[in-house]
Design a protein around this ligand. Structure first.
Ligand code: APR
Length: 247
C-alpha cells in the first residue's frame, strides 16, 4: 500500500485538474453505515421497500421510520473524518477542484470543500410533496412522522430515491467535471449504482487517470481504474496528503 500511496501522490503532483467521486465508504469512519457489504443498510432492509419513490408514495410513515432511525440519527452525530479532511487539504493545496458525491451527509462541505456536487441530493433539506416548499431539516419537528408542510403536504428529504431522476444541474456539472479532469480519485463507492457509476468511465474516456481507494475491489478495478489502493479512506488519503507535501 505504501508504494501505491507514493505513486498516487506523484500522479497528483503531475495532474492539472483533479476531481473526486465519493460514496458511502468515505463516511463509514464517521459512524454512518454503508448501503452494501458488511454492516450495509440494504443487507437488513429491502431498498425497494424503503428507498424507492413508489414506497414513499405508498407508505410515507414506514419509509420515514427508517429514514429517521437509520439515516438521520447517524447523520446528526457524524463529523468529518480524515478521509473528508484529506480531500479538503487537497483542495486547499490547489489540487482538487470538484467533488461529486453520492452521499447525502454534507460532510465534505463540513470538512471545508467548496465545490461539492450532491449527486443524490442532501438530507439537510426537506421538500413538500405537494407545494414543493423547502425546509431546513434541522428546523423540522420530526417527533411526529411524516412531518408536514404548512400547506398540509407531507415533507420528504431532498434526496434521490430509487427510480427518481438525478437533477439536471448535478448531471451536467458532473459530466463536465469528469470530462475536464486529468485525474479522478474514486473513494468509497461500490460503483454498482447508475448513473453515478458511469462518471469514472466518462473521465477515463476523456483521458483521465483513475485512482480507486477502497478496502475492496469493485467492478471498476483493473477495468476502468488504473490502480486500486486497498485501504480505508482516512488512512490512505492521510498518506497521500503527507507524501504530496514531500514532493
Ligand atoms: N474507506 C473507503 N471505502 C470503504 C470504507 C472505508 N473506510 N468502508 C467501506 N468502504 C467501501 C466498501 O467496500 C464499498 O465498496 O465503500 C463502498 C460502499 O458501497 P455502498 O454502500 O454501495 O455505497 P455507494 O457506492 O455510495 O452506494 C451508491 O446506492 O443505495 C444507494 O443512493 C444510495 O448513494 C447510494 C448509492
Amino acid at each position: 500500500m505504501k508504494e501505491l500511496i507514493r505513486r498516487a501522490a506523484e500522479d497528483l503532483a503531475a495532474a492539472g485538474n483533479v476531481a473526486a467521486l465519493t460514496g458511502a465508504g468515505i463516511s463509514v469512519e464517521s459512524g454512518i453505515p454503508p448501503f452494501r457489504g458488511k454492516g450495509g443498510l440494504w443487507e437488513r432492509f429491502d431498498p425497494m421497500e424503503f428507498a424507492h419513490i413508489d414506497a414513499l408514495m405508498r407508505d410515507p410513515v414506514k419509509v420515514w421510520k427508517i429514514l429517521v432511525k437509520k439515516m438521520k440519527e447517524p447523520l446528526d452525530r457524524a463529523k468529518p473524518n480524515d478521509g473528508h479532511k484529506g480531500l479538503a487539504k487537497l483542495e486547499a493545496q490547489g489540487k482538487l477542484k470538484t467533488i461529486i458525491t453520492q452521499n447525502m451527509d454534507g460532510l465534505h462541505q463540513a470538512a471545508g470543500n467548496t465545490d461539492v456536487i450532491e449527486y443524490h441530493g442532501t438530507f439537510a433539506w426537506q421538500r413538500c410533496m405537494d407545494c414543493h416548499k423547502k425546509y431546513e431539516t434541522r428546523k423540522v419537528d420530526i417527533s411526529e412522522i411524516p412531518p408536514r408542510c404548512e400547506c398540509g403536504g407531507i415533507l420528504r428529504p431532498d434526496i434521490i430515491f430509487f427510480d427518481e431522476l438525478i437533477p439536471a444541474e448535478a448531471m451536467w456539472r458532473s459530466r463536465q467535471a469528469a470530462t475536464d479532469c486529468d485525474l479522478m480519485l474514486v473513494v468509497g463507492t461500490s460503483a454498482v449504482v447508475q448513473p453515478a457509476a458511469m462518471i469514472p468511465v466518462i473521465a477515463k474516456d476523456s483521458g483521465a487517470k483513475i485512482v480507486e481507494i477502497n478496502p475492496e475491489r469493485t467492478p471498476l478495478t483493473n477495468k476502468i481504474s488504473d490502480y486500486l489502493i486497498m485501504g480505508g479512506a482516512g488512512e490512505v488519503l492521510n498518506g497521500i496528503v503527507a507524501a504530496l507535501e514531500k514532493i
